[in-house]
Design a protein. Structure first.
Ligand SMILES: [Zn+2]
Length: 325
């Protein structure tokens, strides 16, 4: 059995415990790197925010957090290792790039003129999973992939193909971003047809879609679905409400899919660059957008829908363990 890479070293599946499958300790919208003079890295402030996030997650038994920040959006493995060392929380980091509109593909578009970029992306992911990231021996524990709204662009497809090959050769887990829950079946098909193992794939942001039919179309492919945006509600995020998401989970469990649902918030604990200005719109939009929401709202909400403690615990503990095992 392959070890699971955390930022502080290998883990066995039995060490994962309750696991949040998609969070961000640090995240920066591409371009933040250019505002370094007024929005530079504030180590002490960020450390305090991340320590608080770990404490909040631990309050409802979380032992492992998968950090889904991609390479170009502020992934910082030295910082993640520092937080893991200070707290004992298992943190698993990603390798990969974000979806086209919010990524920075100029680099790869330039290289495309003289290099085989699918091969180069494969090498990048392989090296980060098997050797280390950015001169450290800290290894990525998941591949993060992303596609656009109602489309997988040609450049995004290159990342999917490279990732499928890495998955096949290493057994690593793949997590994805779907834009508002679209392209789930297509993501699964693209990965599986290129050799990836469906049992190691979690199609992400599926809670952006309330159609049980659509969910089962994805689940039929043998993959996991990640309900990983709890707490993000309303116009800013174009998403269903948490109550609607919980209704879908209940319906899927009733259909026998309880062993293939995962949970998370897509919380951003630190926005890189200048601080967000909390006007009334942002205050309302972000009121539940934090790592406490599953403990405070979702676990009681699922219990109120008649789910048993073991059924609920499967979502947080047994299912991540099976995905990573
Ligand atoms: Zn995310």
């Amino acid at each position: 059995m392959n070890p699971i890479n955390s930022v502080t070293g290998p883990l066995s599946a039995g060490q994962l415990g309750r696991t949040l499958m998609h969070e961000h300790f640090l995240f920066g919208y591409c371009g933040y790197q250019g505002d370094v003079t007024l929005g530079g890295f504030r180590e002490e402030e960020y450390t305090q925010a991340c320590l608080k996030a770990v404490e909040d997650a631990r309050a409802y038994g979380i032992q492992t957090i998968v950090d889904a920040t991609t390479n170009e959006c502020g992934r910082n493995v030295r910082f993640l290792k520092k937080i893991a060392d200070m707290t004992g929380m298992n943190i698993i980091c990603s390798t990969g790039f974000y979806f086209e509109a919010e990524s920075s593909y100029a680099y790869w578009n330039f290289r495309k003129g003289f290099a085989d970029i699918q091969e180069e992306i494969y090498e990048m992911m392989m090296t980060e999973i098997t050797k280390g990231i950015d001169g450290t021996d800290i290894k990525a524990g998941v591949i993060k992939l992303a596609s656009s709204y109602n489309e997988i662009t040609p450049m995004e497809e290159i990342f999917f193909k490279a990732a499928a090959r890495v998955q096949k050769e290493t057994g690593v887990v793949i997590i994805t971003h779907t834009q508002q829950g679209t392209m789930g079946p297509q993501q699964a098909d693209l990965l599986i047809s290129n050799g990836a193992n469906p049992k190691k794939i979690a199609i992400g942001h599926m809670c952006g879609n309330t159609s049980v039919y659509y969910q089962t179309e994805v689940l039929k492919r043998g993959v996991y679905v990640n309900f990983d945006r709890f707490g993000l509600e309303g116009d800013l995020f174009h998403t269903p409400t948490d109550n609607e998401r919980m209704d879908v989970i209940k319906a899927l469990i009733d259909k026998g899919y309880g062993s293939r649902i995962l949970l998370g918030h897509d919380s951003v604990n630190v926005n890189l660059g200048r601080p967000i200005i909390m006007n009334d719109f942002m205050k309302e939009a972000l009121k539940d957008a934090n790592i406490r929401t599953i403990g405070a709202k979702v676990l009681p909400g699922l219990a109120a829908r008649g789910l048993s403690d073991p059924q609920i615990n499967s979502l947080l503990e047994d299912n991540p363990m099976a995905l990573f095992a």
